[in-house]
Design a protein. Structure first.
Length: 160
């Protein structure tokens, strides 16, 4: 939690049962070009420069190396692209595609994870199958908590 009161998300109870949400901007074209025809684990985090986001993204980087070529892992935050590049280099993250939603916030809005009050994304995991259908959603209730990696990875493997 970033304040003394809970912060609302755009979509706290939505269940995704069809195609993944559409959005525009550079994040969309990057996701399409890096993951066409693959299962996608999309992790949204507030900022890579925070301890839990750092831990989560490093963990997914380790797991991505074990998943094979049919699954791609993407992390989206509102960090500046140059800060992401610096962080990835310093952290040795080379198997997760880190994408920035800082300019337009269209990804966070379309996927329902934008926290307007603080301009960041909520912590969530989405699994999207090869046909761009969302098959798994994990909205982490407390931003200081890590996601359930085991459940997310199992959902991705089941979607192959």
């Amino acid at each position: 939690m970033f304040s003394s009161a809970p912060l609302p998300w755009l979509r706290t109870t939505t269940v995704y049962t069809s195609s993944s949400p559409t959005f525009t901007g550079s994040t969309r074209s990057t996701i399409s070009s890096t993951s066409a025809g693959k299962v996608k684990i999309i992790s949204t985090v507030p900022s890579l420069d925070t301890p839990v986001c750092d831990t989560e993204t490093r963990r997914f980087n380790t797991e991505a190396g074990k998943l094979g070529n049919d699954i791609v892992v993407l992390t989206v935050s509102v960090d500046l692209p140059m800060a992401m590049k610096r962080w990835c280099g310093a952290a040795g993250v080379d198997k997760v595609h880190c994408l920035s939603d800082y300019l337009t916030h269209d990804f966070g809005t379309a996927w329902g994870v934008r926290i307007h009050e603080i301009g960041l994304l909520a912590r969530a995991i989405f699994v999207v199958d090869k046909n761009d259908k969302v098959t798994y959603v994990q909205l982490v209730k407390e931003v200081a908590d890590e996601p359930d990696y085991t459940a997310a990875l199992a959902a991705a493997k089941a979607a192959v």
